[in-house]
Design a binder for this molecule. Structure first.
Ligand SMILES: [Cu+2]
Length: 125
């Protein structure tokens, strides 16, 4: 049973799309065969990268199995995800929209399904 106040609060402020990174935040990125997990400050996670337009973010990227590579061509980002190592990249998200983020390193038989999406939402004014 959902509390009525909580339901109304969610109707007003919850997005079914999940968390979004705040300005200058660091997001932990973990690759695995064949998916990605993005962990935001505070512990919320998503399987697609969610950013705010115009905000700079830093990604800390690793893998828990084989070598993958996070590629976000729209933002000129391409970083290897290597087990036991932590790579970082800092960039600024562009215009609101949904962008492809394919895995750019052959990572096994399911490699072609290893991509994710980057969802950029407009900044609240
Ligand atoms: Cu991969």
């Amino acid at each position: 049973m959902i509390h009525r106040g909580l339901l109304l609060l969610c109707l007003a402020g919850c997005s079914s799309a999940g968390p979004t990174a705040a300005a200058n935040s660091t997001i932990r990125v973990t690759a695995r065969q064949y998916a990605w997990t993005f962990e935001y400050p505070g512990g919320a996670t998503s399987e697609e990268l969610r950013l705010t337009a115009g905000e700079e973010v830093t990604l800390m990227i690793t893998s828990r199995d084989v070598i993958h590579a996070l590629s976000i061509p729209e933002f000129k980002v391409k970083v290897d995800a290597v087990p036991g190592r932590l790579a970082t990249v800092t960039f600024r998200a562009g215009a609101p929209g949904t962008y492809d983020a394919p895995c750019a390193e052959y990572c096994g038989l399911g490699h072609s399904t290893c991509g994710t999406k980057v969802v950029v939402v407009a900044r609240d004014r």
